[in-house]
Design a protein around this ligand. Structure first.
Ligand SMILES: Cc1cc2nc3c(=O)[nH]c(=O)nc-3n(C[C@H](O)[C@H](O)[C@H](O)COP(=O)(O)OP(=O)(O)OC[C@H]3O[C@@H](n4cnc5c(N)ncnc54)[C@H](O)[C@@H]3O)c2cc1C
Length: 480
């Protein structure tokens, strides 16, 4: 990387804000989908919007790619630098700038950890509702950039429903303020455009988030079933009854075994499948709904149902769910974690198909998923030391994704697109749709220097040949 640029960036962020040594930059070569690797030429760790802006402007002048990064827990190959460039890590921008409980919002810097915000307000009866299972470590900037979900997205929605406004340093070298705490703003919903843009429009430097008041009562239960298909069928019954639980999560036998071995969450070890069901709201309503849900589960074939007796038991049940992916990682060498969606009524069918695909490719697939949203996370196990196993896992992964699309689903539920799904967008959108998205991106990032190669199956991408229809040429100098 050009010495003069490195020196200029060091002057902006200070010597302790630069990661230049090759071995230290390796930490930033991938996110949690570790098979996409690309080490940045330099990592900078600014402390303010002014520093981000100055870094972005210098990189634009030099024509160098810019890759925003939060905590690096993404599962899409998003915060990685396949063509090098300057990575902007926002971890040192971790202040809660404003807290307005009467108006139920907070203004945070992008490096604030998701759970830290809830911890800052929970004594006063509030919480930040989006709760990706990575909430102990993922950043609110990363959550907003990926439009993260989580177990409670069923009732409370994804991050998009909780972002009221943003500050964005764009790929034009400007600072934009989008939206804000006051509701019903006129004009285009540019906040909505920026949420989920995965760093391709700019660097999020402030986020105005909604704070939610905690419910009067919460009830959490674990129901067991003798197959994941039967458990999945119970999910549709509950929702069809007009009840929207706060969370409705499913786990199959391999996941239950892994969780019990690693986390000891108290799930019945002999169960073939469990549903973790949480209801919240006014106490009287929760009481009535709990009885209805228990009856519906029984009717659907549940074998047992245990309600958490106290907060400690509830927390343990959730620990099992939130650490399920890590627990499965303890008992398998490697795995591919997929994120796809089917209409929830198709869950029993897709569960059967996944098992058939796994058997055909000779791989183990474990399922832990946001059942209420039809949002699947099959984990396909392989051993990278065994020749051919990774390839078989990827084939199974591809087939599962296509099965979801054929059932009327989509290729990403909450993790985003990144490098991993960029090609797959062409399965869902035609060339005209993609060109409109590209045109929006060019407004914010005319040179394509913001997180290049992510999200878009653009002209030079591998998926281009399967796009149909006319395609406008990618502008000169645009990184793709
Ligand atoms: C064990 C585990 C469980 C998970 N569970 C869930 C879950 O339940 N739900 C869910 O949705 N996800 C989940 N994830 C995925 C991941 O945690 C989320 O996508 C999270 O939102 C990423 O946040 P991050 O700070 O780690 O972002 P990173 O991984 O650093 O970045 C993610 C993307 O956002 C961009 N980005 C980051 N910060 C900024 C910024 N300030 N400005 C602009 N762009 C930015 C990056 O360029 C990248 O494209 C899980 C991951 C793990 C490892």
């Amino acid at each position: 990387m050009d010495r003069h640029l490195v020196d200029t960036l060091r002057e902006i962020v200070g010597p302790d804000g630069i990661v230049a040594a090759a071995d230290q930059r390796l930490v930033y070569e991938c996110d949690m989908l570790v098979y996409y690797k690309g080490t940045p030429d330099l990592v900078v760790l600014p402390r303010s919007t002014a520093e981000v802006l100055a870094v972005v402007r210098r990189c634009l002048d030099a024509g160098v790619p810019i890759i925003p990064r939060g905590s690096g827990t993404g599962l899409i190959g998003g915060a990685t630098a396949p063509r090098g460039g300057v990575m902007i890590g926002v971890n040192r921008m971790d202040r809660i700038l404003e807290m307005d409980l009467p108006n139920r919002y907070a203004v945070v810097e992008p490096g604030v950890i998701n759970l830290a915000l809830t911890r800052a307000v929970q004594d006063r009866g509030y919480f930040f509702a989006p709760d990706p299972s990575s909430q102990m470590v993922s950043s609110i900037g990363g959550n907003a950039a990926t439009n993260a979900g989580g177990p409670h997205a069923l009732k409370y929605g994804n991050v998009a429903h909780h972002v009221l406004g943003l500050e964005l340093v764009t790929g034009t070298g400007d600072v934009l303020t989008l939206g804000g705490p006051v509701a019903e703003r006129p004009g285009y919903d540019l906040t909505g455009v920026a949420v989920g843009s995965e760093g391709t429009l700019g660097v999020l430097t402030k986020i105005v988030v909604r704070l939610t008041h905690a419910a009067e009562a919460v009830r959490t239960a674990v129901a067991t079933f003798d197959s994941i298909e039967v458990a999945s069928a119970a999910v549709s019954r509950i929702i069809a009854e007009g009840i929207v639980p706060a969370a409705l999560e499913a786990m199959d036998e391999p996941v239950i075994r892994a969780v019990e071995a690693g986390v000891h969450a108290g799930y019945p070890a002999e169960a073939k499948a469990v549903l973790l069901i949480e209801l919240d709201g006014p106490a009287a309503e929760v009481e009535v709904q709990a009885e209805v849900v228990a009856r519906l589960c029984r009717d659907a074939g549940s074998l047992t149902m245990r309600v958490a007796r106290d907060e400690a038991e509830r927390a343990l049940l959730w620990k099992g769910r939130k650490e399920a992916a890590g627990a499965f990682g303890r008992i398998t060498h490697n795995y591919v974690l997929q994120d796809a969606v089917v209409p929830r009524s198709k869950l029993p069918i897709v569960m059967g198909q996944i098992q058939a695909i796994a058997a055909r490719h000779g791989v183990v697939v474990a399922n832990v998923f946001h059942a209420g949203d039809g949002n699947l996370h099959p984990m396909i196990s392989y051993d990278e030391q065994v020749p051919g196993e990774f390839a078989r896992a990827l084939e199974a992964n591809e087939e599962i994704l296509r099965a979801c699309i054929e059932l009327g689903g989509t290729v990403t539920g909450e993790h985003g697109v990144g490098l991993d799904k960029a090609e797959k967008l062409a399965l869902l959108f035609n060339a005209d749709d993609l060109e409109v998205m590209h045109a929006v991106r060019r407004v914010f990032d005319p040179r394509g220097l913001m997180n290049p190669q992510k999200v878009f199956p653009s002209g030079q991408h591998a998926c281009a040949p399967i796009l149909t229809g006319a395609r406008k040429p990618v502008p000169e100098g645009m990184w793709v």
